[in-house]
Design a protein around this ligand. Structure first.
Ligand SMILES: [Ca+2]
Ligand SMILES: [Ca+2]
Ligand SMILES: [Ca+2]
Ligand SMILES: [Ca+2]
Length: 344
């Protein structure tokens, strides 16, 4: 965002409480401002050199999604914070992470339903490997994004000792638009399926095959899942966008305890010196239209070119024209555009 535009945005907010024009901003961060291994038995949550994800499958007293990885990206310096969530229309978002361990876990690019985890030997799984999920974050016990961070305590009083249902910040999804964030940490015990906002994809392995070390996995956020755009908008309004990453690879060996070979991934954190050198830390690329979408081409003026750009996007099925956020294009979007345009 150039300084002049930023100043005029600020002026228009001061004047009327709403931004009377828009700016389309792409941010690209090669490192998070927050990352932590969100695991109950972890004395150094924010400073580990890697964060594993695995599941405590069939273990009472532990969350199914036992070892979670939390990443956050501060956007304050690039995207104006503090606006109403409706003033942020996220157009695309990609999170990328890189595994540090080689040939220990298998790649699965598709969702596995909860019933496929019923036996630890994976005998009910129809495709080898387990997917890695990207989720929103929900908070319990009065915690929030504003109070809970990289070095905060793991959690409070568990539902079942020693740690089940205790984590302050949990992987979450929104079953329908307008829903509260629902904890997915125990979706096996509670026998439900939840759709993540993305499943990790990589070009470095074939589905079912072992993954070599230092492979990039990217999550292209599905902005059409209920609640996802609202969640990202709220993060941008707070000045930081956060995600939870989980997988339900069985917790054999290493961090996960027990015997046997490690079969789950480890992800580089920003604290890892190798990650800093080679660019393996969690990354985010996000494009958002900030402000009044009536200024559809984000040039600061409301004129014929906005109408034309909107109609072109609308007619080509481009979801940037989906102004009411329901992922379909129809009369309601035209109406929302005209309302926004006339307010400009
Ligand atoms: Ca699968
Ligand atoms: Ca599978
Ligand atoms: Ca314009
Ligand atoms: Ca729509």
């Amino acid at each position: 965002m150039n300084r002049a535009t930023f100043a005029s945005l600020a002026l228009s907010i001061a004047a009327g409480g709403v931004v009377a024009q828009s700016e389309t901003v792409t941010v690209e961060y090669d490192m998070p401002t927050l990352d932590r291994w969100n695991y109950p038995f972890n004395g150094s949550p924010g400073t580990r050199l890697s964060a594993s994800t695995f599941g405590a499958v069939e273990l009472d007293g532990f969350d199914d999604h036992d070892a979670q990885f939390i990443v956050g990206f501060e956007t304050l310096a690039d995207v104006m914070s503090g606006l109403d969530a409706s003033e942020y229309q996220v157009l695309s978002a990609r999170v990328t992470i890189t595994n540090s361990n080689g040939d220990e876990f298998r790649y699965d690019p598709t969702y596995d339903t909860h019933d496929t985890y019923l036996f630890l030997d994976n005998s009910l799984d129809t495709d080898d490997g387990r997917p890695v999920h990207l989720w929103a974050i929900g908070y319990r016990d009065e915690q929030s994004q504003s109070t809970w961070g990289e070095y905060s305590a793991f959690g409070g009083i568990p539902d079942v000792d020693p740690t089940q249902g205790a984590r302050y910040a949990y992987a979450a999804y929104f079953p329908f638009e307008g829903s509260e964030a629902v904890d997915v940490s125990n979706n096996l015990k509670e026998e439900f399926d939840a759709t993540p906002m993305a499943i990790a994809q990589t070009d470095a392995a074939v589905p079912g095959g072992f993954v070599p070390a230092d492979s990039d996995f990217y999550f292209d956020v599905d902005l059409c899942q209920p609640g996802v755009r609202g969640y990202l908008a709220e993060g941008l309004s707070l000045g930081e966008v956060r995600f939870a990453i989980t997988s339900l690879h069985a917790a054999n060996g290493g961090d996960g305890g027990g015997t046997g070979d490690i079969t789950y991934p480890f992800w580089y954190t920003k604290e890892n010196p190798i990650a800093a050198i080679f660019g393996y830390a969690p990354r985010l690329k996000l494009t958002v239209r900030v402000g009044n979408p009536g200024d559809f081409n984000s040039d600061g003026a409301f004129d014929f070119f906005d109408v034309s750009a909107f109609l072109t996007a609308f007619n080509s099925g481009d979801l940037s024209a989906d102004l009411n956020g329901d992922c379909s294009l129809n009369f309601f979007d035209v109406s929302a555009f005209l309302t926004a345009y006339n307010a400009g």
